[in-house]
Design a protein around this ligand. Structure first.
Ligand SMILES: *[C@@H]1O[C@H](CO)[C@@H](O)[C@H](O)[C@H]1NC(C)=O
Ligand SMILES: *[C@@H]1O[C@H](CO)[C@@H](O)[C@H](O)[C@H]1NC(C)=O
Ligand SMILES: *[C@@H]1O[C@H](CO)[C@@H](O)[C@H](O)[C@H]1NC(C)=O
Length: 533
């Protein structure tokens, strides 16, 4: 298994032609997306729409929210299907993911990309690394890891053999997906299913169209009914229903800290109901840093920071949002950041800017929050906006890539997750870098990703020690974002989550409940021990 190559979409290429056609097919269209329980498509009365974030008047999808009754029905249908699914050889289940990966890599690539672009406002390259490359990698590598896991077996002693059976969890897994990655939605539901679990998948309202495409592909590739139930729903309604069920066996969550804590507490309150202790996995964002030492290579600092802070409008958990720069380098770094900033375009991803430059865009939910941060930056005496700072919600949700300088390294803007294209810089006296390293470690409750830019080997070593707990994904002379499945398994601790590292070989274990079988081949003929005779 190798990482899926990322296509170039150059003028005249086949993939570009197919993508333009797929975008054309979606133009002005509204897809109807039901809840799916078993083989049954269900429409409730609670109708919702997914709007194109770049053009509010385009309804990308019409869907409906599952109510409590439907969610409970889905739970029972899943649990009834579980036993047979879990008894299937893992190789058979893995074939479904291998096949789905091939289908997304080939005939359905353009469709899944176009739906991610229009629905989640990704540029072509952002869609390609997510909905194609990462999703395909998740499917292929997790399937490979699941098969390889079978060979991790206990040792035997003379006269007996020991076997580890990697069973699925007894009950169902609830998967709550975020809007920002089509790949995460697919993996969130796909991996537990691979391991023999049944899954209730609540896709994000703002990623409905791409999520449904992935669900349908899994079904077309052989996933039986009732293994993954497709359940768009109101967050709290879904959370309440799944945590109230005695069959809850696991929750996999991606989203905000308060929502994750709420779910965890509900599980705690219902603990007496459950047949098992539910597994809880969550990823909740970050406040990722770039630390620049005076020995750093300025160009890689500038290019890495631009990509990390502004790609996909900073709506990635790994986006850089605080940067620490020595006073000796700041004038040069600032000038180069500003010169790139001038060239960045903000606009509709499916239109004129499609194949070049960078588009900064922010979704519906985040727009209001980010606007508040921009207003705050304008009024705070600590903060100075160096570039950008404007936003507009007339036609779509657009926010300019924004660079802010802060006098106070402890300002809230250096602590809280913003989840938008806002980078704050603290300029420090170059000789104080040791203090700054400790400052980075202690400023924010998050510990997801971070990067150190330095040529001086001693500084690199020193920083690695001080920042050992400050990031689950740590980069040296590289941007804080862009992890690749199987190369940089992903996740962070502290408030960033449970750090289960999807994309790595241990991850699949999280969704199993192993059974160890000892079989003895020599009959026992005596009850006394030798010292007794
Ligand atoms: C926005 O969407 C509407 C409805 O689909 C469409 O008529 C209009 O042309 C779109 N506007 C732009 C600028 O794409
Ligand atoms: C759990 O969520 C993470 C993202 O937070 C995702 O990458 C992972 O695949 C999910 N787990 C499963 C079992 O799908
Ligand atoms: C995706 O967005 C959610 C917020 O909805 C955030 O908590 C999470 O960290 C993001 N994940 C990634 C991989 O960017």
């Amino acid at each position: 298994v190798k990482n899926e190559p990322i296509l170039g979409f150059k003028e005249g290429s086949q993939e570009r032609k197919e993508l333009l056609q797929a975008l054309q097919n979606l133009h002005g269209k509204t897809e109807e997306i039901p809840c799916v329980v078993g083989d049954e498509q269900v429409w409730t009365k609670d109708i919702r729409y997914q709007l194109s974030p770049c053009n509010h008047s385009h309804k990308v999808a019409k869907f409906c929210y599952a109510d409590k009754e439907l969610i409970n029905k889905a739970i029972l249908a899943s649990v009834a299907a579980r036993r047979e699914w879990d008894l299937k050889p893992v190789q058979d289940r893995a074939q479904i993911l291998f096949k789905a990966a091939d289908v997304i890599s080939g005939p359905r690539r353009a469709e899944v990309l176009a739906k991610t672009m229009i629905g989640q406002a990704k540029t072509v390259i952002q869609a390609e690394i997510d909905a194609a490359a990462e999703l395909i990698d998740f499917f292929r590598f997790n399937a490979k890891h699941a098969i390889e896991l079978q060979s991790q077996q206990p040792i035997d002693a003379p006269g007996s053999t020991n076997t580890m059976l990697y069973r699925g969890l007894e009950g169902f897994v609830a998967a709550v997906a975020p809007f920002n990655f089509t790949a995460i939605g697919g993996n969130l539901a796909g991996t537990p299913a691979l391991m023999g679990n049944v899954v209730l998948w609540k896709p994000s309202d703002t990623a409905m169209s791409a999520s449904y495409a992935v669900y349908k592909i899994l079904r077309e590739c052989g996933l039986p009914p009732n293994i993954i139930q497709f359940l768009p729903a109101d967050g709290p309604v879904f959370g309440d229903a799944v945590t109230a069920s005695e069959h809850l066996a696991g929750i996999n969550f991606t989203g905000s800290v308060p929502t994750f804590k709420r779910l965890w507490k509900q599980v705690g309150e219902n603990l007496d109901k459950y047949k098992n202790f539910p597994r809880i996995a969550g990823e909740c964002g970050g406040k990722n840093f770039h630390f620049v030492h005076k020995s750093a290579d300025v160009q890689s600092v500038v290019m890495g920071t631009i990509r990390s802070a502004f790609e996909y409008g900073g709506q990635k958990c790994s986006a850089c949002s605080r940067m620490y720069v020595p006073d000796s380098l700041w004038p040069q770094i600032k000038q180069e950041l500003l010169s790139v900033h001038k060239q960045m375009k903000v606009g509709d991803v499916s239109k004129e800017y499609l194949f070049w430059g960078k588009i900064t865009f922010v979704s519906l939910q985040s727009f209001g929050r980010i606007k508040k941060w921009l207003d705050y930056a304008k009024s705070s005496p600590n903060l100075k906006i160096v570039a950008g700072g404007n936003c507009d919600d007339q036609k779509g949700y657009f926010v300019e890539p924004t660079i802010i300088e802060t006098k106070d390294p402890q300002d809230n803007i250096m602590k809280e997750e913003i989840f938008g294209p806002v980078l704050t810089v603290y300029v420090y006296p170059e000789e104080n870098y040791k203090t700054v390293l400790s400052l980075i470690d202690s400023t924010s409750p998050y510990a997801l990703t971070g990067a150190v830019f330095a040529q001086d080997k001693n500084v690199i070593e020193e920083a690695a020690k001080v920042l050992r707990n400050a990031a689950g994904n740590y980069y040296v002379n590289d941007k804080s974002t862009g992890s690749i499945v199987a190369q940089q398994p992903f996740g962070g601790a502290r408030a960033s989550g449970t750090n289960d590292k999807p994309g790595g070989p241990h991850y699949v274990l999280r969704w199993t409940s192993p059974q160890v079988v000892k079989e003895t081949h020599v009959p026992l003929t005596e009850w006394k021990y030798s010292y007794m005779t």
